[in-house]
Write a protein that binds this ligand. Structure first.
Ligand code: NAP
Length: 490
């Protein structure tokens, strides 16, 4: 069936009582409802709820307001369901057929699996066996992260899903792809010839991507201790940021053409090997320290539910090379970690210096031009240039030109989950990851894990509230670079 915008849809909200649903998904549904999206929702989890108590739970997740939300909340229904009990899915079939008719939903279905990853394949299987995926309309399944924990497990999960859904029906969510400034990278590059013409190894000396958090592991401790920063953040969000920054312009701005160009980047990133791992990757773990707001926090190994001898990295920095013509020899440095000095996500493009000329002495100290994409907390762009100082010397001084998107559109930029849900409702999977993107990304991660296990790459400690271990600075210093200071505001 041909999909168009704003088609009526029945949404199956698995993990209806969970953290993600409460913090992100219900507020997103509400915004979509206000924009005239036509849907009904069945909330599914084990906890006992009636429709009424479920609607109360949802209401509490919405921003305080005097608006009458009853027409929105009335579209939510609850069914207690245990993924491990197939008989629960027959009851679900009856309810969904009834709601299909009641709301005229034309058999269009979204199965949102906001569940622990071990349930993704099982949920899909039971949905098929109960006849829920045989529908007169279209069907999409949204899979939360993580999609596997290495290439082999991701492939197994993918094969399980393919027993039930076609690739085009599988929406693997990476919420970074719903962020305003991540979506803006394409416009920045392909709508501005002054950037695209210099977007290559001739003019760019290096790229730096930082995704830093001040939070510790919190309630995700057990999961995090099994996973670590590389697999939790680099395999998905950072790979996507590299792909969008480095990809060729697609032949058309259409889903498969765009994804194809992203795949080519991820596929071209040089794998790690035991010989180069010490120059490519740094692993860190935080010790106790004091955060920027003065809060004293314990070491990772002293956090609740963390093994006292844990060797899990809470910080990782890496240097990647993309082995293609455009990016030949340009290092892409990345770093991400917990309990760092600031919460920030940004991409810094550092341009090459002008040739030095002894007769241009007053220009030789000019700072490098930097283009910074500020992803969060502030959303915007800044461009560092050099101008003449206002004095007799003629020396230069750096200035910054800025654009702050969320200052200009305060309160109006939709949340990432709202955008991505809207895309899924209208059948646009451009900003979801295709299987081959995931597969190449996992095989790169597998090469890193294999190399660091073989060489027993040390775990370098860093104080909570800092920007990571000194070895992360040395990673760049060896190439004559340094990390540019983070900017949390544009
Ligand atoms: P969560 O708070 O632990 O919620 C898990 C949900 O699954 C609950 O609604 C739970 O409800 C339900 N559930 C557990 N066992 C079940 C079973 N046997 N049958 C049916 N339902 C069951 O987890 P979450 O943080 O919301 O995360 C959900 C997914 O999103 C995970 O894949 C996670 O990795 C991903 N994710 C979360 C975040 C986030 O910020 N939270 C961010 C990115 C990705 P009952 O206990 O009532 O059954």
């Amino acid at each position: 069936m041909m999909e168009t915008q704003k088609q009526p849809t029945l949404i199956f909200m698995f993990g209806a009582t969970g953290d993600l649903a409460r913090r992100k998904l219900y507020p997103a549904f509400y915004q979509l409802y206000k924009k005239n999206q036509d849907f009904a929702v069945i909330g599914l989890a084990r906890r006992p709820h009636t429709d009424e108590s479920y609607r109360d739970l949802i209401n509490q997740t919405l921003p305080k307001s005097s608006e009458d939300r009853s027409s929105f909340l009335d579209r939510f229904y609850y069914l207690p369901l245990d993924i491990e009990r197939p008989e629960n899915f027959s009851t679900l079939k009856e309810l969904s057929d009834r709601l299909d008719g009641q709301y005229g939903l034309q058999g269009n279905r979204i199965f949102y699996l906001s569940l622990a990853p071990r349930f993704f394949g099982l949920a899909a299987k039971h949905l098929r066996n109960a006849g829920l995926t045989e529908t007169s309309g279209w069907k999409h399944v949204i899979i939360e992260k993580p999609f596997g924990h290495d290439f082999a497990s991701a492939k197994k999960l993918n094969n399980d899903l393919l027993q039930v859904f076609d690739e085009k029906e599988i929406y693997r969510i990476d919420h970074y792809l719903g962020k305003e400034m991540i979506q803006n990278i394409e416009s920045l590059r392909f709508a501005n010839p002054i950037f695209e013409s210099v977007w290559n190894h001739r003019y760019i000396s290096n790229v730096q991507i930082t995704l830093s958090e001040t939070l510790g592991v919190g309630e995700r401790a057990s999961y995090y201790d099994q996973t670590g920063a590389l697999l939790d953040m680099v395999q998905n969000h950072i790979m996507q940021m590299i792909a969008l920054t480095a990809m060729e312009p697609p032949s058309r701005f259409e889903t498969e053409e765009t994804r194809y160009e992203k795949v080519k980047v991820i596929q071209s990133i040089r794998h790690a090997s035991a010989e180069n791992i010490f120059n490519q990757v740094v692993r860190g773990q935080y010790t106790g320290g004091v955060l920027a707001d003065g809060t004293k926090v314990p070491a990772y190994r002293d956090e609740e539910k963390i093994d006292k001898n844990s060797n899990t990295e809470t910080f990782v920095a890496a240097r990647f090379f993309i082995d293609n013509y455009r990016w030949s020899g340009v290092p892409f440095y990345i770093r991400t970690g917990k309990r760092m000095s600031a919460k920030s996500t940004e991409i810094v493009i550092q341009f090459k210096d002008n040739p030095k000329n002894p007769y241009f002495y007053h220009l030789n100290d000019a700072a490098p031009n930097l283009l910074v994409v500020h992803v969060q907390p502030d959303e915007g762009l800044s461009l560092k240039l050099n101008v003449k100082q206002f004095n007799e010397t003629g020396n230069t001084m750096p200035i910054t030109m800025k654009f702050c998107n969320n200052c200009a559109n305060e309160g109006n930029t939709p949340d990432a989950y709202e955008r991505l849900l809207a895309d899924c409702l209208k059948g646009d999977s451009t900003n979801f990851t295709r299987w081959d993107e995931v597969a190449y990304s996992w095989s790169l991660m597998d090469s890193i894990v294999a190399a660091w296990s073989e060489k027993q790459l040390p775990l370098d400690h860093y104080e909570a509230g800092s920007m990571g271990p000194a070895s992360a600075d040395q990673l760049l210093a060896r190439d004559g670079f340094h990390w540019w200071p983070l900017t949390t505001t544009v």
